[in-house]
Design a protein around this ligand. Structure first.
Ligand code: IVH
Length: 688
């Protein structure tokens, strides 16, 4: 390649990488697979190495991606937040070359003992820096370009894993400490959140990484407060007045003592071989971890050696990240089908050319609803990237536009009639959800609601899977959940592929399911917009099924997290005579649970609450509760709420921006709770 061609290619790469950086870091909407981005980046690095005189002063290889969003205040990182040198598919040779480089740079002799490292996971979330002044969280910032980040303090204060104050377990609290780590989302939390977001008619989050990054970079902290964000600490920035441990491992232990979650999957190891083993071990564990990782990180353990190794422009010389192959793959959309769910909602599902991704062969990907299918503009025949992470349902991450997909088929449209029963299809307000109006005449809805009823998190009827539900409904033996409890052994044993033994097992499982809890039962009924956590809240709040049935709009909306949409669904459900009849038949068949007085019941009839005799002071902005709501919860558990902190105060409930009251509480040694801790204590009282 001559210099002119090289320079042209570099210009092109600058533009392309800049566009991808913007999409990834600023818009939280990546356009290409990570591995493809890395390939572009590496190509640019190689060109720059060969033609150093053509390297632009503002080349992306000189800085960390992600400029600052205008709307947040800027934070100058006194200790820059750097990137890590990253290699994909590095395996054993990657660990060996890192080890060799470290030893060479430290001028170790060939026969010097093995180098000690800490091996960690590379979390796939958003890097943040948390500044604690006198032990109190004073500021939280994103990495930004590494030198200047965004002030996202309010959002970070909503993350329950992030302590508002350092705990003093290990002795002295440093006057200044910046803790660095990753905000992330667990896959199961994301799946649950998305299920409920869709039920509310909101746009679901694309993946855990985007969920985490997108929530923290929202101007309204209530948004972050509603999302199940978590945090792992993995390092520090500035620190003052603190006797730094001598190793990185010691540092992590100290951070854990200060109250930070530090991921348990870490190891202190000697030499390259052990690093490579860690890489392999975690690679095998990856799909079973509850959160996404994109690789492992090796760090020199001795902080003295770290200092001697120092930094390059973008990254420290004492750390390296080895990425795993992506849990993303390219494939083709062969068809898009309309699938009818238990509430009649019709979901477009893409049938894919089978592709191996994230450890399994994927053949289907959900498109969630018509709007999302349109937004992603997935069409039959398109080449797409599918993404699978852990047990999250595979999704289409993006469509390849341009030449590869031209000419394309027409955009996808859902049918006007239900593909299962031919009933009319209605579009619900907001338009996102398209629903079959067939109700009980639609076999797909009947089957779906039975499967939901029997599900592990609902009535937990073991062995009642989709094949069996299909048979029972098609044979006309079961039309509603109540019919399950009337099934007999001869009836079941007569079913095709069903032996006497399995029929007995099923009956035993049905019998066992009769002992339930109110929360499970409410969830099992499958009320629209009532997911597992709402069902739990309702059970705790109302205590009795009759109280829930009798509730009106106003009383329903007093329950935590119940707004007009959920309240309406509950009212609609109980207004339906058929639903009331099914419940009566279930109860008559022996389905039962323990009832309680509920949170909002008359206190005089209750046993003493968990906060009986305790005085609280509330200060600062809580992530999701309004102050009145927090007060009501405390009082419902027989606690008192007072305005000022004194020796007689038992607990201070502190949220973001807590000031002098929190300081006073710390001074007096009063227990400080955050909203999560309060909820945890209330659970002991209200478990339904
Ligand atoms: S240490 C000076 N440790 O990787 C080194 N970073 O390229 C500072 N990351 O977005 C980072 N897991 O947030 C470190 N165990 C880990 C990490 C980790 C994920 C992220 C980090 C940043 C990127 C750095």
């Amino acid at each position: 390649m001559d210099t002119t061609t090289a320079r042209q290619r570099m210009e092109l790469l600058y533009d392309e990488i800049a566009a991808h950086d913007r999409a990834y870091y600023e818009l939280d909407a990546p356009m290409i697979a990570d591995a493809d981005y890395d390939a572009l980046f590496r190509e640019l690095q190689a060109l720059e190495a060969a033609y150093p005189e053509s390297r632009a002063a503002d080349s992306p290889t000189r800085r960390v991606g992600g400029r600052v969003l205008e709307a947040f205040a800027q934070v100058v990182h006194s200790v820059p937040m750097l990137s890590i040198q990253t290699q994909t598919d590095a395996g054993a040779s990657g660990a060996a070359s890192f080890d060799a480089r470290v030893r060479k740079e430290l001028e170790f002799a060939g026969d010097a003992p093995a180098m000690e490292y800490v091996a960690e996971l590379k979390f796939d979330g958003l890097a943040v820096s948390l500044r604690y002044e006198e032990g109190v969280l004073a500021q939280g910032a994103t990495r930004g370009d590494g030198a200047i980040g965004e002030d996202v303090t309010q959002n970070l204060k909503t993350v329950r894993d992030i302590p508002l104050c350092l705990s003093g377990k290990s002795g002295k609290i440093p006057p200044l400490l910046e803790v660095r780590g990753e905000v992330y989302m667990r896959r199961d939390d994301l799946a649950r959140y998305n299920e409920e977001a869709r039920a509310r008619g909101e746009k679901p989050l694309v993946n855990p990484r985007n969920g985490a990054a997108g929530s923290i970079r929202q101007l309204d902290p209530r948004i972050a407060g509603r999302r199940p964000l978590r945090f792992f600490a993995y390092g520090i920035g500035a620190a003052a007045g603190w006797d730094l441990p001598s190793t990185h491992a010691g540092l992590l232990a100290a951070l854990a003592d200060f109250g930070f979650p530090v991921c348990e999957h870490r190891a202190v190891v000697q030499g390259a071989q052990a690093l490579a083993e860690f890489h392999e071990r975690m690679g095998n564990l990856r799909s079973q971890l509850p959160f996404d990782i994109d690789g492992v990180v090796y760090k020199v353990n001795s902080l003295e050696y770290q200092r001697r190794l120092g930094f390059r422009t973008r990254e420290p010389r004492w750390a390296v990240a080895h990425k795993y192959p992506p849990e993303e793959a390219r494939t083709k959309v062969e068809a898009i089908d309309a699938q009818v769910g238990r509430t009649g909602a019709i979901t477009p599902v893409a049938r894919l050319t089978p592709v191996f991704v994230g450890g399994v062969t994927v053949t289907n990907a959900t498109l969630h609803n018509e709007d999302e299918a349109r937004r992603k503009d997935v069409r039959v025949g398109d080449t797409v990237i599918v993404r699978r992470a852990g047990d999250v349902i595979p999704e289409i991450a993006r469509v390849f536009l341009e030449a590869e997909n031209a000419p394309r088929n027409l955009p996808f449209e859902l049918p006007r009639t239900c593909p299962e029963c031919g009933s009319r299809v209605v579009r619900e307000e907001g338009g996102a959800i398209v629903r079959c109006s067939g109700g009980l005449v639609c076999p797909a809805q009947v089957k779906g609601s039975l499967l939901h009823f029997a599900g592990r998190r609902a009535m937990d009827i073991e062995g009642l899977g989709d094949k069996l539900v299909e048979q029972l409904v098609d044979a006309g033996m079961v039309k509603t959940p109540a019919d399950l409890y009337a099934l007999t052994l001869p009836q079941l044993a007569a079913l095709e592929r069903m032996g006497e033994k399995s029929a007995e097992n099923l009956l035993a499982a049905i019998e066992k399911s009769k002992a339930s809890s109110l929360a499970r039962f409410i969830f099992a009924l499958g009320l629209r917009n009532v997911g597992e956590s709402t069902a739990r809240d309702l059970a705790r709040h109302f205590g009795k099924l009759d109280a829930l049935k009798a509730a009106n709009m106003a009383t329903l909306m007093q329950a935590p997290d119940v707004g007009p949409v959920i309240a309406e669904s509950i009212l609609d459900f109980f207004a339906e005579a058929h639903n009331r009849e099914v419940i009566d038949r279930l109860v008559a068949a022996g389905v039962h649970w323990q009832e309680s007085a509920g949170r909002m019941a008359d206190a005089s009839q209750n046993p003493p609450g968990v906060f009986s005799g305790k005085t609280f002071v509330i200060t600062g902005t809580l992530p999701s509760l309004k102050r009145d709501e927090a007060k009501a919860l405390i009082e419902a558990a027989d606690g008192k709420v007072s305005g000022s902190v004194s020796k007689r105060t038992d607990y201070v409930l502190a949220g973001g921006e807590a000031g002098s009251k929190l300081a006073k509480a710390l001074e007096l040694g009063i227990t400080v709770l955050d909203e999560a801790a309060l909820n945890a204590m209330l659970e002991q009282q209200g478990d339904a």
